[in-house]
Design a protein around this ligand. Structure first.
Ligand SMILES: *Cc1c(COP(=O)(O)O)cnc(C)c1O
Length: 512
């Protein structure tokens, strides 16, 4: 049943009051404020319960032009009542896609970790900015502790390095690029492009996240100077090709300086061979960055860390998004450096109204001048609280469980070869496959059938969304037309949910 949003009513005494009857306004009462907020919490609790009810739909799909009619989104001249605000909150969640539903397999970030969520609630209430110790003492210290812990997990020699939380993996990758360029050309910061006598070139695989390429455009190289290195049939960068392309540009007088490896590619979940790439970076004096935004979580698993992430300790920088595999709430992304001091010397602007040198306390705890933002959202508390709850062991169990469920899914797909075609053995929780409707089951597999299976993907996905019972993603890649990419990154998922996923695709798609 869809939530009946009119179930949520404030008591008659306060229903028609306004925002200025809440704290901190002069006419406010604690009682009104408490009832209002308690009602919001009731709505959130009901949403959480509903989201975990497997009989509930994931979404109630409307096209944007219908949705805008269903919702009342206009900003009024005169503000609405508290009761209307409660109604607005309920309506908003009623139409939201339930990304924590056990049948939501659509995105790298899914699930709802309640401890992390509690952290986010507290963060919202503390409502502080992360730029100085002065106004966020506890959170700044938590950031120091958790970042050091993460670096130690990357490698023992990373302890003395440096890290920062960034607004997403894309920006984390940008920080790596900036630090690499600063390390090689320390005068760039003051003198600009003229200090670099030659064309800078960066390298990444053709499977990398698009944010890597965008560094080349943002930072003045031009995307033609982000060389896309071919990958093998499993989506892993081919080291011999990397070296060939580096030599090729060197022969032209260019300056290859940066390699961005991927540990856990976005589509296939592939891991570049880090040790081989580290050898090449060393030989050519290049910065080695690892984009482990997606695969970083597996660093926490003794069973799955090797060989996937072997060699990561040899990198110069690592992007790792706890908001993906680890299930921290959006958003929570980290960038780590083996060498301390680079972030500060690269990005520091010494604004004298924030980062005064003559403060009461040790100003090394003012992290704000390491970043290209000014204000920074507090993304650390929810991660710290979640890690406190789970411990390293709990995170390891979660990683192992997600991988185990993926192995189960692969097994179930292989048991039904007439209905499903597995594209490759996954290295991570990304499972790439086609669904085969009845009419194509007797056709031998080849380019002609692949084309038809690819055409089916958007149609089957549309049906999933209209029914609201299941969400999984599809996309094409360089080698094949559309195929499904299923992601298991939510702690809510069980073997029975995998069985449901496959049975539901078959129910919706067999006659298509
Ligand atoms: C998701 C992802 C990113 C981007 O992270 P955002 O937090 O969405 O900016 C970068 N690299 C890889 C490999 C990713 O999977």
């Amino acid at each position: 049943m869809a939530a009946n949003t009119s179930n949520y009513k404030l008591s008659a005494a306060i229903a028609n009051l306004k925002y200025n009857d809440l704290i901190p306004y002069p006419n406010a009462s604690d009682k009104t404020t408490r009832e209002f907020l308690q009602k919001v919490v009731d709505i959130l609790m009901d949403y959480i319960q509903k989201q975990n009810d497997r009989n509930e739909k994931i979404l109630d799909f409307h096209h944007p032009e219908e949705m805008i009619k269903v919702l009342d989104l206009k900003i009024p001249l005169e503000g609405v009542s508290l009761n209307q605000l409660i109604h607005d909150c309920a309506t908003t969640l009623k139409h939201q896609v339930k990304t924590g539903h056990p049948h939501f397999f659509n995105q790298l970030s899914s699930g709802l970790d309640l401890v992390s969520m509690a952290g986010e609630w507290l963060t919202a209430t503390a409502n502080t900015n992360m730029f100085t110790y002065e106004i966020a003492p506890v959170f700044i210290l938590m950031e120091t502790v958790v970042m050091t812990h993460m670096r130690e997990i990357i490698g023992r020699c990373w302890r003395k390095g440096d890290s920062i939380l960034a607004p997403g993996g894309s920006i984390s990758n940008l920080y790596a690029f900036l630090a690499a360029r600063h390390k090689m050309f320390p005068n760039y910061k003051e003198k600009g492009i003229a200090t670099i006598q030659g064309q800078l070139v960066m390298y990444t695989s053709d499977q990398s996240h698009y944010s890597v390429k965008s560094c080349a455009s943002i930072c003045g190289l031009g995307t033609d100077n982000c060389v896309m290195v071919p990958s093998d049939e499993r989506g892993r960068m081919i080291p011999a090709e990397l070296e060939r392309l580096i030599v090729d540009r060197k022969n032209k007088g260019h300056i290859p300086f940066f390699v961005a490896c991927t540990s856990g590619t976005t589509v296939l979940g592939a891991f570049d061979p880090l040790n081989d790439i580290a050898d090449i970076c060393k030989k050519h004096g290049m910065w080695m960055h690892v984009d482990a935004a997606w695969g970083g979580g597996l660093l926490l698993s003794k069973k799955y860390r090797h060989p996937r992430l072997s060699g990561i300790e040899r990198a110069d920088s690592v992007t790792w998004n706890p908001h993906k595999l680890m299930g921290a709430l959006l958003q929570c992304s980290t960038i780590h450096f083996k060498e301390d001091g680079l972030l500060m010397s690269c990005n520091q602007m010494s604004a004298d109204y924030l980062f005064m040198q003559d403060k009461l306390y040790d100003i090394r705890y003012d992290t704000g001048d390491k970043v290209i933002q000014c204000g920074r959202h507090n993304d650390i508390f929810k991660l710290w609280l979640q890690w406190r709850a789970k411990g390293d062991d709990g995170f390891e169990q979660l990683m192992d469980r997600l991988m185990e469920l993926t192995e189960y899914m692969v097994k179930r797909i292989k048991e039904q070869p007439n209905k499903f075609h597995l594209i490759m053995e996954p290295e991570m929780v990304n499972v790439s496959f086609w669904y085969v409707p009845k009419r194509l089951r007797n056709e031998p597999h080849g380019p002609s059938r692949e084309k038809k299976l690819g055409e089916l993907c958007p149609r089957l996905k549309a049906k999933m969304m209209e029914e609201g019972t299941l969400m999984t993603g599809y996309q094409p890649d360089d080698r094949r037309p559309n195929f499904f990419r299923n992601i298991i990154s939510s702690a809510a998922v069980t073997e029975a949910d995998i069985d449901f996923l496959l049975a539901e695709m078959d129910r919706l798609g067999q006659d298509m």
